[in-house]
Design a protein around this ligand. Structure first.
Ligand code: APR
Length: 259
């Protein structure tokens, strides 16, 4: 294992364009359940109930959606970055990170210290709420207060439109700018590192393929096997936090940085 981690660190040290691609597995050590592991979100809720068309279709579906979203937010709000988030932020400080492409809605990359311009949020964010009609943006806590006071599916003060966490639900259009930029940067990178994703949700899961097809090295750090393990240059089946902490140590040694 140690040799594998040293090899990944060496690839990071020599890389000119490193992309980190993160999924929910990056944040489980911060207390936020992922989606497809035992006890994960889709173990407790049927994803079919939460697609965008359902949200638009009825007040009952919206109330159910907000109930699930409120439960998820209760684990997101107090969560703190773990060793893996902190390592990714450190890679940015060391000038080694081209960008982080994330499927995560928890905002922990920013809490760890990554800058806005270096993080592409493909599935939006749970930290804000927006009106689907006038696009007015609300702070999430303000809307959660209304829910606590009994509103089951809040409406916009401005236009009466439907309010929804600024996340991308199944069946909802992907954020165009972020998606285009993620594809573009994936096609130009020389090292693509997946951390904590099952790589089953499109179009996000196409990014490692784009990188590999354009000649990049592909590294996968994930507790469980993924459909892309065979095409990866190196696979680590382990916990993201301790794995990234060790890789960072070797990167610093490789860059001649003494702590
Ligand atoms: N360290 C490493 N890997 C981990 C850890 C950990 N601490 N904890 C969980 N994992 C792995 C699991 O083995 C699993 O393969 O992370 C992966 C998480 O996969 P998913 O739950 O499918 O999450 P993700 O890939 O981000 O899902 C993609 O699906 O439901 C939608 O919009 C949602 O963005 C999400 C998308």
């Amino acid at each position: 294992m140690e040799d594998k981690l040293k090899k990944i660190a060496q690839w990071v040290v020599t890389s000119k364009k490193l992309i980190v691609f993160s999924g929910a597995g990056l944040s489980t050590e911060s207390g936020i359940p992922d989606f497809r592991s035992p006890g994960g979100v889709w173990d407790r809720y049927d994803p079919e109930d939460f697609n965008f068309q359902n949200f638009l279709a009825s007040e009952t579906s919206r109330e159910k959606y907000w109930q699930m979203a409120t439960e998820m937010y209760e684990s997101i709000k107090p969560a703190q970055p773990n060793l893996a988030h902190l390592a990714i932020a450190e890679l940015e400080k060391l000038g080694k990170l081209d960008c982080a492409i994330t499927q995560n809605i928890d905002g922990l990359h920013f809490k760890a210290g990554n800058s806005e311009e270096k993080v592409l949020q493909l599935h939006g964010t749970a930290i804000f709420v927006s009106c689907l009609s006038c696009k007015k943006r609300y702070d999430r806590d303000e809307i959660q207060e209304r829910i606590k006071k009994g509103q089951k599916a809040p409406r916009c003060d401005n236009c009466g439109g439907l309010l929804k966490p600024a996340t991308i639900s199944f069946g909802q259009s992907m954020p165009e700018k972020e998606t285009q930029e993620a594809y573009h940067r994936s096609s130009l990178c020389d090292l693509f590192m997946v951390i904590g994703s099952s790589l089953v949700v499109q179009p996000a899961a196409a990014m490692p393929l784009v990188a590999k097809r354009n000649g990049a090295r592909l590294v996968i750090i994930n507790r469980d096997p993924t459909p892309y393990d065979d095409m990866a240059d190196l696979v680590i089946h382990g916990q993201a936090g301790p794995t990234m902490a060790i890789i960072l140590e070797h990167v610093k040694k490789g860059l001649g940085i003494r702590d």
